[in-house]
Design a protein around this ligand. Structure first.
Ligand code: M6R
Length: 359
């Protein structure tokens, strides 16, 4: 039930801080132990390479998960689009382990890959919001997103939940493998800070409504740029915008713009730039100058401590591995208001279904 909310999407954006707190309770005991079943962690610890598979927003969450898993476990991770992998299987490592990311647990493209790897008798884990869903039943293991039903076609809380569950998993696996970084990471503390940061952002909706009005009004296209994790979130921000506002939007690795795409920048083209990492952020600042000097109008979203006076949005500081959990919130809100201000059907955009059960 969406209650007093005009749309499910807005309700689901608002629920994200609560989902973070639920996940802490689900995945960590009061004495600080991981609740992730040992069978999962042991099986993964045997693996020499992790393959993360998903579509759309779940694939975007996978790009973030790769960084967390590699950082905390030192096991190499590949992230694949299910629709490609189903027909074009890469050369697999000797001991592969598969993670399927799927909010619905019913996505046909992802299932296609799972069927293939089951034929090869390879181990897998489905991370899903739906208990008993097809991909949950058919994989070796399941972890739940505990996000509550996600009704809006545009995925929001499932994305942040997927990232968080992968963080719990990465820490448990890293600890098992004796990795110091994993041992040193206090997830309960860091996700607590994230929940508070998310809260302050979702409480500031008027700001995003105004920004959307002034920045995205009447535009036919928009670009999102960033480096590293900010690049991964740029892809997600662009997908959110195009899905529900029908504005043509693309996410780019900031440094890649000058290799072609910058030709599209004209007077007034909106460019959203994410800056959540000090070193990479200074390079992104250079890219913002490049597009501005070609007439683009920029909207910079920076983490506290890395901001400049002209930045439109300053986000509360969070641990460097979890920045996507906060940088994505303004992008979700901008997309929501862009859709609303265009009088579109926010929760049920044209041509799309909530679960894509056909290939
Ligand atoms: O249920 P799944 O996570 O497998 O769905 C994958 C995509 O279809 C989904 O994330 C889609 O991209 C969303 N509508 C994006 O908001």
């Amino acid at each position: 039930e969406k209650g007093l909310y005009p749309h499910y999407m807005l309700k689901e954006i608002d629920e994200q801080p609560a989902v973070m707190r639920t996940l802490i309770q689900e995945y960590v005991t009061p004495t600080g132990e991981s609740t992730i079943p040992v069978e999962i962690v042991s099986e993964m610890a045997e693996s020499d390479r992790i393959y993360v598979v998903g579509c759309g927003t779940s694939w975007h969450a996978g790009l973030v998960g790769k960084k967390m898993l590699e950082e905390l476990t030192q096991i190499p991770v590949e992230v694949h689009l299910a629709s490609e992998m189903g027909y074009d299987m890469p050369i697999l490592s000797k001991k592969p382990f598969f993670i399927f990311l799927t909010q619905s647990g019913e996505t046909a493209d992802s299932r296609q890959v799972l069927v293939k790897i089951n034929e090869m008798k390879l181990p897998s884990l489905t991370i899903t919001n739906v208990k008993g869903s097809t991909l949950s039943r058919e994989a070796t293991h399941t972890l739940l997103l505990h996000a509550g039903p996600e009704i809006a076609v545009a995925s929001t809380k499932a994305y942040t939940s997927q990232i968080s569950v992968m963080l719990f998993l990465a820490k448990a696996l890293g600890e098992k493998l004796g990795q110091e970084k994993a041992k040193g990471l206090d997830i309960v503390h860091e996700l607590g800070i994230v929940a508070a940061a998310m809260e302050s952002l979702v409480d500031d909706k008027d700001h995003y409504s105004e920004l959307s009005q002034s920045f995205l009004n009447e535009t036919r296209n928009a670009f999102y740029i960033g480096r590293g994790l900010d690049y991964a979130v740029s892809l997600e921000g662009a997908l959110k915008l195009k899905e529900i506002s029908y504005i043509q939007a693309e996410g780019f690795a900031a440094g890649e713009l000058k290799h072609g795409t910058i030709a599209l920048i004209e007077k007034g083209t909106p460019v959203v730039a994410l800056i959540s990492n000090k070193e990479m952020g200074s390079h992104t600042r250079g890219n913002i100058k490049e597009v501005e000097s070609r007439g683009a109008k920029s909207l910079v979203i920076a983490l506290e401590g890395l901001e400049k006076e002209t930045d439109a949005i300053v986000l509360p500081h969070v641990h460097e591995l979890v920045t996507p959990l906060v940088t994505v919130i303004p992008l979700q809100l901008l997309a929501y208001y862009a859709s609303l201000q265009r009088d579109l059907d926010v929760d049920k955009p044209r041509n799309l279904a909530k679960s894509v059960t056909v290939e």
